[in-house]
Design a protein around this ligand. Structure first.
Ligand code: 8YV
Length: 312
């Protein structure tokens, strides 16, 4: 008998195919009446495969009283209420490590793109301005600048490696000082003050909500850049927008936003922001590896074995 699981959203095609092959899957995202759908499957569903920002909270868990495991596609589990899961004895898993290199590539691409304005330079050429207006204005070098990593974990380390290879210096702030060969700053404001580029890699969720607000951006200053590959919730987005418009910081590179996929249109006209549509881990290879790990956790759980990457 295949275990019954719910799929919260349309995921990577290969992952969806394997899930549907190995488990009896019910697609919440196709249900016209969500409450009726949950009621219909309440007594048989034992697993949830979740994708993206849809909240998985105590209310949803209570609607599925036989739920044993929530297997997330992605390393960030901020959409899942871990405390609610713990209280109900529900296992939560994620997909760490397999995406470190791709996310670090994206992060460092945003550093280079923000300082060198390569996307803007390309748009300048495509608009025919090179011939009519002359060379693109000078930009800012990456080498010699200081990258301040807010949240030095495994992705942060992979970003640091890339930044070091380009001649950057590294500092970081975590809640606890790590055994790392980089200078430590005791709080995000000091880190921002000591950095040319502030790189946000912290997990999302209530603990880091709007951690980067006026004080941090003021400390970064008019020559400073902020790059966010973590979660939009970590920055106070309206404040960031205003600071970019008023040139209170030099620029931003953003892969994540507060209310994805909706991005405030005021961002689109900024010349000092490079904007990516949350593509941090979005390669065929990495998405397959994430899906494989998500599935392996479910497979193991339903075979009575310990899961590989348990968060709660
Ligand atoms: C994915 C991510 O885009 O892993 C994460 O936390 O944000 C990304 O890798 C997302 O999880 C896809 O659902």
């Amino acid at each position: 008998m295949k275990a019954e699981i719910i799929l919260t959203a349309q995921g990577h095609a290969g992952t969806m195919a394997t899930l549907q092959n190995e488990f009896t899957c019910h697609k919440l995202f196709e249900a016209a009446d969500r409450a009726a759908f949950l009621k219909q499957h309440a007594q048989t569903v034992r697993g949830l495969a979740t994708f993206g920002p849809m909240p998985v909270d105590g209310k949803l868990m209570d609607a599925l009283p036989k739920l044993e495991i929530i297997s997330n596609f992605g390393v960030g589990v901020d959409a899942i209420n871990l405390e609610d899961a713990r209280k109900r004895g529900i296992i939560v898993t994620n997909t760490p490590d397999v995406l470190n290199d791709c996310v670090a590539d994206t992060a460092f691409a945003l550093v280079v793109s923000s300082l060198r304005k390569f996307p803007q330079a390309e748009a300048y050429l495509r608009a025919g301005k090179w011939a009519s207006r002359g060379p693109y204005p000078l930009t800012t070098s990456v080498g010699g600048k200081t990258l301040g990593i807010l949240g030095l974990g495994r992705i942060g380390e992979a970003i640091a490696k890339r930044a070091l290879a380009s001649g950057m210096k590294i500092r970081y702030h975590n809640r606890h000082k790590k055994d790392a060969p980089y200078s430590y700053d005791p709080d995000p404001v000091t880190l921002a003050r000591n950095s040319d580029v502030l790189m946000i890699v912290t997990p999302g969720g209530p603990e880091t909500s709007k951690l980067v607000s006026t004080k941090v951006l003021d400390a970064l200053g008019p020559e400073g850049y902020v790059v966010n590959i973590a979660r939009g919730s970590v920055i106070d987005e309206p404040v960031l927008l205003r600071y970019l418009q008023e040139k209170r910081i030099a620029g931003a590179g953003l892969d994540v936003f507060a209310d994805e996929p909706r991005v405030p249109p005021e961002f689109f006209s900024l010349d000092n922001a490079v904007l990516f549509p949350h593509v941090g881990s979005a390669t065929a290879e990495t998405r397959k590896a994430m899906g494989d790990l998500q599935i392996e956790n479910l497979r193991r759980h339903f075979a009575g074995q310990p899961v590989l990457t348990k968060v709660a």
